[in-house]
Ligand binder design. Structure first.
Ligand code: GPW
Length: 824
């Protein structure tokens, strides 16, 4: 402890240039972070060296998004110096919790997809897998959400304004990135046609490294984020022409590329700058991967034995064309050889079946910005369609039938003609990869049977499932110390590395003393949340209420509106005196809406309007409260999830690819009210469906309902309570003076086809909520179920997920000596 104290004081003085006697929390946080980073960097260097020494196969995880959140607490826990740090900082006059609050969340992602990437890096580090995360260091991460007059207002997230003590910026290792220009043809010595891309504009990619430690194993992996730097200052001509200000403007223009994260989740914006970001990221990453590879290899055909590249959705899929370009135009390989290398190296993860989220890029834009890549994509497509034709005409063509050949070719082509001629990035990713995986069992089945059914017939081995997982280090140990300590006092701490060990809790569910201790831990978390809400929102929570929580991005398919209709109905019953047996509850909502997503923003407004009415109504507000948590983010989730008793996972069946929040809640002892969707299905199977509150139509039932003609009006007319709730929303009961404010929401359900089947599931949802309320009155039974839920969540560790990726997709093994956790 004395060593850490000394280091902190030294950093306050010599790294931050401040007086250690002036007790600034900001300085002491930064100094502590630097002292922790000092303890990581030796192991990081040793880890990287061991990869070279052991000629290990490396895994590269390519993601346009990461959501690491805050690093301090996680890193202290991984290093095993949390207690030491707590005492050291307390000696210096600080509470560690307060210091940790000084850190800004690294919000370099939108939601589940970005957070999954961060959980996966944590697991690679803990399992000792030679992995690297690659991404973009956006200057502005996901916007900061404030609620003004019930509406979302976006503020810029200038997360690095106060510096980032965790990152190493490597300004000396820059990679060139080129755009536009033209393609020149030439003939090589064997008479073969060759191509050279002479690009117009150049910018530079600068690496910023963030260290990702494993749990108690001395293994530290790297997350390398690229930041755009202008090459103007390297080009003296620019300044020498006398146009100084013009040169500076050019510099600012170049550096715009990594300026801001696109804040839309599951909606494609199709903006030119977004494509620039993708290619900027991809080419810098591929150059870095090949640089490392070429240190030990000359023969490019050895690439797949040394390198696995995982594409996190299609956002980095242009990497397939980029690697082809390098192999063809720079290494001068033959097409077939280059293509085999690509397919064996790449693997692609799909995270959605929503059509509005499937990426396409206009051919005209690609031709202009990346002319050589567009040529290569055309060539990939031509060869692929010839292969399709060959397979379709062959005898074992299965369900393919060559009468339909033209249609088949149109469906699978990399190019779609309408509404404008565009490249389908998912098709490029499928064809260019040896593995295509979904993120939960149902999702993968839907990929095979619906979205990519043609590809499933063409390549029956390619599509596979890897159900998502979450890291128990952040989402149990670090976020929920009260519960973790209780668990550890009975079964030891092995569960942090091997989550299956939680099954040892099962017998304890029958032990009344353990149940009481479990409840006490949950209550401590509820009280901690209560204090936080009081500080931030100046509101008093009732900790004896059932805490019912719905936090995630706002999206119509996630159906926050269904939850809201339950709240309005409960409000009506209480007002009308029809709910004598109502179990008091507080309903929490939280989540950001894409700034361009009108309906999602209106939903936020409606939630806040209902909350204002309910909370102000003294007839009901001792029994029902509604809280909107502004600016939902990773660090807020870490506070809210441990305090949650009821987890809302109520997406339209078939539409949530997996969900990962669902796992974090159950792991922390919340019971789930949910639909038969995504990974919630597998959770119900692992836990026992009777220990969750499952309701609603299933995916196949919705398909047939849709086929037979779904008429939401039938539900409206047939259900009095539903009608009352919808009429109130429309009739301005919650928006006095703002006529028609929520009419778009209601019209969308009644006259817009209710694409997400909110009305179809309303009555069943109410029934399930009734069951929830009733069970909560029996605290012994509730607690028993809570314990069993957590005890059976072992499968949903991201360690299990990453082990499966490593074995079944990447063909990599953990580093020797790290399998059992302890590092060299
Ligand atoms: F549309 N997901 C997300 F598939 O958070 F790309 N953002 C996205 O843009 C997409 C997916 C994309 C989520 C899924 O909605 C969620 O179900 C899943 O658990 C998560 O990705 C991680 O796989």
């Amino acid at each position: 402890m004395e060593g850490l104290k000394k280091d902190v004081i030294r950093h306050v003085v010599s790294s931050l240039g401040s007086d250690y006697a002036s007790k600034s929390a900001y300085n002491y946080y930064n100094a502590l972070a630097l002292a922790v980073r000092d303890r990581l960097i030796d192991n990081w260097i040793k880890t990287q060296r061991s990869y070279y020494d052991e000629k290990a196969k490396r895994v590269y995880y390519l993601s346009l998004e990461y959501l690491p959140g805050k690093s301090l607490m996680n890193n202290l826990h991984c290093l095993g110096i949390y207690e030491t740090a707590r005492k050291a900082m307390s000696d210096l006059g600080f509470s560690l919790e307060d210091l940790a609050e000084q850190e800004w969340d690294a919000g370099l992602g939108n939601g589940g997809l970005g957070r999954l990437a961060s959980c996966f890096l944590d697991s690679m580090a803990t399992l000792g897998i030679p992995g690297y995360g690659y991404g973009i260091r956006y200057d502005y991460g996901i916007f900061h959400q404030v609620i003004e007059d019930g509406k979302q207002v976006e503020q810029a997230d200038n997360w690095m304004r106060v510096g980032n003590p965790w990152a190493y910026e490597r300004g000396q290792h820059l990679f060139p990135v080129r755009f536009f220009g033209e393609v020149k043809n030439w003939t090589d010595e064997y008479g073969r046609l060759r191509h050279t891309w002479t690009a117009g504009d150049t910018v530079l990619a600068m690496p910023c490294d963030m260290l990702v430690p494993g749990w108690d194993n001395h293994h530290v992996i790297n997350m390398r984020l690229w930041s755009a730097r202008s090459d103007v200052e390297f080009d003296l001509d620019f300044f020498n022409t006398g146009n100084y200000l013009g040169a500076v403007e050019e510099k600012i223009f170049d550096e715009k590329i990594s300026k801001v994260l696109y804040p839309s989740d599951q909606i494609e914006e199709g903006r030119e700058l977004r494509l620039k970001q993708q290619y900027f990221f991809v080419t810098a990453t591929i150059q870095d991967i090949l640089r490392r590879f070429r240190k030990k290899h000359q023969d490019m055909t050895e690439l797949p034995q040394s390198v696995a590249i995982q594409l996190n959705d299609t956002h980095p899929a242009i990497a397939i064309a980029e690697l082809m370009r390098i192999l063809l135009d720079e290494d001068l390989l033959d097409w077939e050889v280059a293509w085999d290398i690509c397919v064996s190296t790449f693997a692609y993860t799909n995270h959605t079946i929503l059509p509005e989220a499937l990426e396409t890029w206009p051919v005209s834009l690609l031709e202009r910005m990346l002319p050589r890549h567009m040529q290569i994509i055309y060539e990939i497509n031509a060869r692929f369609l010839r292969e399709v034709e060959r397979v379709a005409r062959s005898e074992d063509c299965g369900q393919l039938c060559h009468r339909d050949l033209d249609h088949l070719k149109q469906r699978v082509s990399l190019i779609q003609e309408r509404p404008i001629k565009s490249v389908r990035m998912a098709h490029l990713a499928i064809i260019g990869s040896h593995s295509v995986n979904g993120v939960a069992a149902l999702h993968t089945e839907l990929l095979k049977a619906r979205v990519f059914d043609d590809f499933q017939r063409l390549y029956p081995q390619k599509i596979n499932n890897k159900t998502n997982g979450v890291t128990p280090r952040r989402w149990l140990w670090s976020a929920n110390q009260p519960l973790s300590r209780l668990i550890a006092s009975h079964i030891g701490t092995g569960f942090v590395r091997n989550l299956d060990e939680l099954t040892q809790l099962e017998p304890l569910a029958a032990d009344p003393a353990f149940r009481e201790a479990w409840r006490a831990a949950k209550l401590e978390n509820k009280q901690r949340l209560q204090a936080y809400i009081k500080r931030k929102l100046m509101r008093e929570l009732h900790t004896e209420h059932l805490f019912d929580v719905h936090i995630k991005r706002i999206h119509e398919y996630k159906r926050q509106v269904l939850n809201l209709l339950h709240v309005v109905t409960a409000y009506n019953r209480l007002r009308h005196g029809q709910a004598a047996d109502f179990t008091p509850r507080t309903v929490f909502f939280g989540g950001k809406a894409a700034p361009s997503y009108f309906m999602a923003k209106r939903i936020i407004h409606a939630i806040n309007a209902v909350a204002a009415t309910v909370n102000a109504d003294s007839r009901v507000n001792d029994k029902l409260q509604v809280v909107y948590l502004p600016n939902y983010c990773v660090s807020q989730a870490e506070r809210v999830i441990p305090a949650t008793e009821l987890s809302e996972q109520i997406s339209t069946a078939g539409m949530e690819a997996s969900g990962t929040g669902n796992m974090k809640f159950a792991l922390n002892g919340a019971l789930t009210i949910g639909t038969w969707d995504g990974a919630t299905i597998e959770m119900a199977q692992a836990i026992g469906p009777e220990l969750l509150f499952i309701f609603g139509m299933r995916e196949d039932e919705l398909v047939s309902l849709r086929q037979h003609g779904y008429n939401p009006m039938l539900y409206y007319h047939g259900d009095e309570e539903l009608r009352e709730a919808l009429d109130m929303l429309r009739s301005d009961a919650f928006s006095p003076g703002q006529h028609g404010l929520f009419a778009p929401l209601v019209d969308n359900l009644l006259h817009g086809g209710d694409r997400f089947f909110v009305l179809a599931d309303y009555r069943q949802y109410l029934g399930a909520q009734q069951d929830v309320g009733r069970l909560y009155l029996d605290q012994e039974e509730w607690t028993r179920r809570s314990i069993l839920n957590a005890a059976r969540m072992g499968f949903f560790s991201s360690d299990r997920a990453i082990s499966q990726y490593a074995r079944e997709i990447w063909d990599v093994a953990p580093m020797a000596g790290l399998q059992n956790g302890k590092g060299a």
